[in-house]
Design a protein. Structure first.
Length: 174
C-alpha cells in the first residue's frame, strides 16, 4: 500500500499580509499521479468545463464570489470619474479602472470554488478621504451558474452592478 508523502511548496508574493508562510507542507496522496489522466479523460470537444470534476488540492481556496473582487483591485481609480466633464477623458478613466483589475491574485491560474445557491460574499474598501465603498455578491443560479454583484461608493456617486455567467468550453484537444 503506497504511503502519502509530504511535498514542500513555497510561494512568492509581493504582499506579506496576503501570503501564507512560505514552505507550507502539503500532503500528497499516492493516487494524485492519476489526476491528470482523470482530468484529460473528461475533456472532449464541446465539453462544458464547469462540469469537469477537479480535486480540491488544485482549486483556488476562494469562492468565485470573492474572486469577482479581483476586478475591484484599485477602487480608488473610480473616485474622480463622477467629476470628469469630458466624455472622452471619463471613458479613458473607466478603461484604466477596468484594466487595473486584470491581474492574477493569488499568483497562478486556478479555478475558484463553486459557490452554492444563495451564498453571499461582502466586503468594503476604506478610501484615503475616510469614505467607504461597499460590495456584495450572491450566487443567484446554480445551473447555469450565475453570480450577481453590487458595488457602491455612495459619497462619490459610484455604482457598479452586474451578473457574471462563467462559461468555458473545450475547442480542440492537442
Amino acid at each position: 500500500m503506497p504511503v502519502p508523502h509530504l511535498r514542500r511548496t513555497s510561494q512568492s508574493r509581493s504582499s506579506m499580509e496576503d501570503s501564507p508562510p512560505s514552505g507550507e507542507d502539503e500532503l500528497v496522496e499516492p493516487d494524485q499521479g492519476n489526476v491528470l489522466s482523470h482530468i484529460i479523460s473528461q475533456l472532449r470537444p464541446g465539453a462544458d468545463l464547469s462540469r469537469v470534476v477537479l480535486p480540491t488540492f488544485i482549486l483556488e481556496p476562494r469562492s468565485m464570489l470573492e474572486r469577482i473582487t479581483n476586478f475591484m483591485a484599485h477602487p480608488e481609480t473610480l473616485l474622480p470619474m463622477s467629476t470628469i466633464e469630458d466624455p472622452v477623458e471619463r471613458f479613458i478613466s473607466v478603461v484604466k479602472f477596468y484594466l487595473s483589475g486584470w491581474h492574477i491574485k493569488p499568483p497562478g491560474v486556478k479555478k475558484p470554488l463553486n459557490p452554492i445557491l444563495g451564498e453571499t460574499f461582502t466586503c468594503y474598501w476604506d478610501y484615503p478621504d475616510e469614505t467607504r465603498a461597499y460590495y456584495i455578491s450572491e450566487q443567484t443560479s446554480h445551473h447555469p451558474p450565475k453570480s450577481s454583484y453590487f458595488f457602491a461608493a455612495p459619497e462619490h456617486k459610484i455604482r457598479i452592478d452586474g451578473t457574471l455567467k462563467p462559461r468555458s468550453r473545450v475547442k480542440d484537444i492537442f
